[in-house]
Design a protein around this ligand. Structure first.
Ligand code: HEC
Length: 156
């Protein structure tokens, strides 16, 4: 009979829904709640190293030393990577090559990251539309060094 079946389903489905809810909330917690300080430093280091590799690949391509056909892919990966940098720097965890100024002047630092994302988006668009010739003059707009001069510990 229909009504009996429905009651049974409801009593078993409810606890299952509750567990699903708890699991879902778990995925929304900020990374800092289950990553220790070294994890936070390592993660932002991975992101920056990826950007370093993408930037190096684009420079190679713009000098004709790597396949021009890859330019749009490399630029798009750089754009995506730049987009996750801000979250990685948000927890105030000193160390690595990050100067304390990153968090002391967070407004300026995060604004620079937003500008990086905008510049990388522009480079990626240029790569798709105009290829290497359109990308080469824009590479300096990524201002990697401008930020490093202020916020990254210079290696001796
Ligand atoms: C808004 C500021 C900012 C911008 C823009 C920026 N960086 Fe960085 N970068 C940093 C900081 C701060 C560190 C040090 C992070 C740390 O060690 O925790 C860093 C570190 C690095 C590292 C060293 C990573 C390691 O652990 O060895 C590389 C490589 C790098 N950046 C590449 C780039 C490239 C390439 C660009 C441009 C496409 C760029 N960065 C743009 C702030 C910036």
């Amino acid at each position: 009979m229909f009504s009996e079946g429905n009651v049974l389903n409801r009593t078993t489905a409810l606890p299952r829904l509750a567990w699903a809810g708890i699991a879902f909330v778990g995925t929304l917690l900020p990374i800092s709640s289950f990553a220790d300080d070294q994890d936070v430093r390592d993660y932002r280091s991975h992101i920056m190293k990826t950007m370093g590799e993408q930037f190096a690949a684009l420079n190679q391509i713009s000098k004709g030393k790597a396949p021009a056909a890859d330019v749009a892919t490399q630029a798009e990966v750089l754009r995506i990577t730049a987009g996750v940098a801000k979250v990685a720097f948000t927890p105030k965890v000193l160390g690595g090559e990050a100067k304390p100024e990153v968090w002391d002047k967070w407004d300026d630092f995060s604004k620079r990251l937003d500008e990086l994302v905008a510049a990388a988006t522009d480079v990626s668009k240029a790569a798709k539309q105009g290829g290497v010739a359109a990308v080469t003059p824009k590479l300096s707009s990524l201002s990697c060094k401008g930020c490093h001069d202020v916020y990254r510990v210079q290696k001796k």
